[in-house]
Design a protein around this ligand. Structure first.
Ligand code: TYD
Ligand code: MG
Length: 460
């Protein structure tokens, strides 16, 4: 009889190690390696039977997608769920995954589809309370609190085929197919596999919820990512109301789409025009604020970048950012000093992206630089001016992608001028957006332009 041996699995990435280690060699995380049950049976090579290979064209017609009716959700999935597909919805605890899914379930059930919601974390009463609070109690969603995958699949197999099954969350599931303790990577993977097989054979769409923690304590849903058809992530700053749904993988649609929601007292509300919301409450009469004509995925979004540059009282001046990359700020400051003639060494610098958003794309450099110059000099930027462009170490302002989309979004929100790279190609179609273009070759020109055109703020 083969001797059973334990093996060691990284709870973050699923890599198998021969012995215990403090650090996973595959993903580099610390303290994630855990001993798990018996070693998998050695794969026996048997003689297989040959099967037929086929060409790329066939007579399959794509099945109709299942549309929830929540526009921002359907947009991210690429126009609704594909029957038989499995989606993973990741996000930090408390961000609103369960809320989003109970709303999607209710919307779909109200359209007459059979929808099953399995909660492994909350009791039925808790889910009911939330549904009641969201005015969804009348929707014919079938609900259960369960964690045993075999029982869940047996339940789903009785009655009409469900259009959608939600498993909240995959980390709480366990299956008899794997020997390890619940919550381990092996369990998560085996449970996901069983659910996947069910979806493919029965044609139900399954959504798996996966918690992502920063310290990797819970068995990471990363091991599930390569198995599923789509990986959606629900993101947002817990201190703000805005939430963004993004697809980082989608076998049935584009990955650039994002959906924007606002967490209200009545659940998640769709935000059809995010730019208008993110710019609401803007005080355009104070120095230190610039509007970035940005992109989130494939969607243009206007966001305000705020800067505060003030003489420091400390030996080492502070540089703090919220929603912006610290290294990019350091680079922009260095370039403004070296090529823009600004003296920032004795100033504290704070940079903030309004609304709890992140401005991570390089196109945000120009807006950040403009906000910094504006705050330092006290020159107020024109309220109808939007910025986009990348700043290079030489001080040059470089073109960015999708200028046309940015210009059209800015025009839609009433902006009249755009500051952009001199080398940015603008075609006639983009010009029709009607904005006055103010090309800038380098940061020296930007500094000069701000000093020249902007009215100075009155200082007491
Ligand atoms: P939840 O969906 O439980 O998060 P997750 O499943 O991702 O862990 O939502 C958690 C938060 O959402 C909770 O802290 C309160 C807030 N919330 C609202 O603000 N309004 C609402 O209507 C609901 C249902 C929740
Ligand atoms: Mg939840």
């Amino acid at each position: 009889m083969a001797k059973s041996r334990s093996f060691f699995v990284c709870q973050n990435c699923g890599a198998v190690a021969a012995r215990w280690q403090g650090r996973c060699e595959s993903c580099g995380d610390w303290n994630t390696i855990v001993e798990e049950g018996d070693s998998p049976a050695a794969a026996r090579v048997t003689r297989g039977r040959a099967f037929e290979l086929e060409g790329l064209t066939g007579d399959e017609r794509p099945a109709a997608r299942i549309v929830t009716g929540i526009g921002e959700f359907d947009r991210v999935t690429g126009g609704g769920f594909v029957p038989g597909s499995v989606l993973l919805l990741g996000g930090e605890p408390g961000i609103g995954k369960s809320t989003l899914l109970i709303q999607a379930c209710a919307a779909l059930a109200r359209r007459g589809a059979r929808v099953i919601y399995i909660s492994g974390e909350e009791a039925v009463a808790q889910v009911r309370l939330r549904a009641a609070r969201l005015n969804l109690a009348d929707a014919p969603v079938e609900l259960a609190s369960a964690t045993q995958v075999e029982d869940i699949l047996a339940t789903c197999a009785t009655g009409k085929r469900a259009a959608l099954i939600v498993i909240d969350s995959i980390q709480t599931m366990h299956t008899e197919a794997a020997p390890s303790a619940p919550g381990t990577v092996t369990q998560v993977r085996a449970s996901a596999q069983a659910l996947l097989r069910y979806a493919k054979t029965c044609g139900s769409t399954i959504i798996l919820v996966g918690h992502v923690t920063k310290d990797g304590q819970v068995a990471g849903p990363r091991v599930v990512e390569h198995m599923v058809d789509a990986v959606l992530s629900f993101e947002g700053d817990a201190a703000h109301h805005f939430r963004m749904l993004r697809a980082s993988k989608n076998r049935f649609g584009a990955t650039g789409e994002i959906g924007v929601f606002e967490m209200t007292g009545l659940g998640l509300a769709e935000v059809a025009n995010p730019s208008a919301i993110f710019l609401a409450g803007r005080d355009a009469s104070a120095p230190g604020a610039a509007v970035l004509a940005g992109l989130e995925g494939q969607r243009p979004i206007l966001i305000e970048i705020q800067a505060l540059v003030a003489p420091t009282s400390l030996g080492t001046p502070r540089r703090a950012v919220v929603g912006f990359d610290q290294n990019r700020l350091s680079m922009i400051l260095a370039v403004l000093e070296a090529h823009g003639g600004l003296k920032l060494g004795m100033h504290d610098v704070y940079l903030n992206v309004a609304g709890g958003l992140r401005a991570d794309e390089p196109a945000g450099d120009l807006a950040a630089a403009a906000a910094l110059v504006s705050s330092l000099t006290g020159a107020v930027l024109p309220a109808d001016q939007a910025f986009f462009g990348e700043i290079g170490l030489s001080g040059a302002i470089r073109p960015v992608i999708h200028a046309g989309m940015r210009l059209r979004e800015a025009a839609k929100l009433g902006f009249r001028q755009a500051v952009l790279a001199q080398a940015q190609q603008i075609n006639d179609d983009d010009r029709r957006a009607g904005l006055t273009l103010r090309p800038c070759a380098d940061v020296a020109q930007l500094v000069a332009a701000i000093a020249q055109t902007a009215p100075r703020a009155r200082r007491e």
